[in-house]
Design a protein around this ligand. Structure first.
Ligand SMILES: C[S@@+](CC[C@H](N)C(=O)[O-])C[C@H]1O[C@@H](n2cnc3c(N)ncnc32)[C@H](O)[C@@H]1O
Length: 336
């Protein structure tokens, strides 16, 4: 789920903010990249400390209005780009000395509450689900892809147990009409073998579609690789994630770059790998009960961070290979 909530009094609660500030230490000044600006919760908190500079990005152009109001107050210290974090390397950051890069993955409550965008199963309109800078919408996925492709998306990106039944019903129903949000919710309800009390029947399929439409798997892998490349030595990368797939990718990446010393000491010097990252806490940091009480969606958040201790050598192939089965599913979109 998302990190951001607007409560009834419209107060904005960025998830795990105090924990993040204590990890990245903005009180010492420096340059920070906020890769998922959203409503600017983290960016504003960092800018409250003098001698800080924030470079922020968000793929959703709707974030720009929040960015503009921050820019107004911090002309020389704040810079916003409407970009995807997979394009971090295109932002001309060569001359920047980056202290920390922060990712708060997923979507904000603002985005899910905008029912025209189709992220929520309460939406009444078309199935869209594009966060911004996308190539296709969820409607195209549901109304055009083959049954077996839909099964893979629901199964691997949503861990939906009834993927086959749901995909079959979609194929049957779309012969009669274009499937929009409410029709999809009805199809899922009638296809589920069992109704779960805790979560809405549609949660998993909606999550799967959002991940597929926004190519969240390759976005995350590219974001991980590129952020380690541009970070200065002793700089810190911080990730807040909200579902197990994201956390698994972050954990694997951190492990791959921090546990090379375990390779045999008898290997020739030129074949020995060095550690790129230092991971101080193996277990993720999670919100306190107090935070969950005021900001319920924060309950599934997991924070992991790592310190860059050496320059990144080529590891693209290794990490993409580990998650090839997920990238292959993402690439089913080439059929659209
Ligand atoms: C959970 S919200 C961030 C909230 C933010 N930390 C705050 O305090 O307001 C996630 C944001 O990341 C953006 N986002 C998701 N994937 C992205 C990507 N690949 N590149 C850039 N922005 C992305 C979304 O559009 C959304 O605004």
């Amino acid at each position: 789920m998302n990190a951001t909530i607007l409560s009834n009094n419209h107060k904005h609660y960025p998830v795990l903010l105090n924990e993040i500030l204590s990890i990245i230490s903005p009180q010492n000044g420096g340059t920070f990249i906020d890769c998922t600006f959203g409503l600017g919760g983290y960016s504003s908190a960092i800018l409250n400390f003098p001698k800080t500079k924030v470079i922020a990005l968000d793929r959703d152009i709707n974030s720009k209005k929040f960015a503009d109001s921050i820019k107004h107050l911090n002309k020389d210290r704040f810079f916003f780009h409407n970009s995807k974090f997979s394009d971090l390397d295109k932002l001309n950051l060569e001359n920047e000395n980056i202290n920390s890069i922060i990712f708060d993955l997923g979507f904000s409550l603002n985005q899910i509450k905008d029912y025209k965008r189709g992220f929520s199963f309460e939406s009444k309109g078309s199935l869209d689900m594009r966060l911004g800078l996308n190539k296709f919408s969820a409607s195209e996925v549901i109304n055009k892809l083959d049954e077996k492709d839909l099964v893979k998306i629901f199964k691997y990106f949503g861990e939906e147990k009834d993927s086959k039944r749901i995909a079959k019903s979609i194929i049957r129903e779309r012969k009669n009409q274009l499937i929009d949000t409410q029709i999809l919710v009805k199809i899922i309800n009638s296809s589920k073998k069992k109704n779960y009390k805790k979560t809405h029947n549609s949660t998993k399929v909606f999550q799967a579609l959002r991940i597929f439409v926004n190519k969240e798997i390759s976005e995350l892998i590219k974001g991980l690789i590129k952020s380690v490349k541009i970070l200065k030595k002793n700089g810190i990368i911080v990730f807040v994630s909200f579902h197990s797939l994201e956390d698994k990718i972050i954990k694997t990446f951190f492990k791959l770059l921090s546990e090379n010393n375990k390779t045999s000491r008898y290997l020739p010097e030129n074949e020995k790998k060095i550690n790129i990252l230092k991971v101080e806490k193996k277990k993720p940091i999670t919100p306190t009960d107090e935070e969950i009480k005021i900001n319920k969606p924060s309950r599934s958040a997991k924070l992991r961070y790592a310190i860059k201790i050496n320059d990144l050598k080529i590891i693209e192939n290794e990490i993409f290979e580990k998650f090839k089965y997920l990238i292959d599913i993402e690439n089913l979109s080439e059929k659209l």
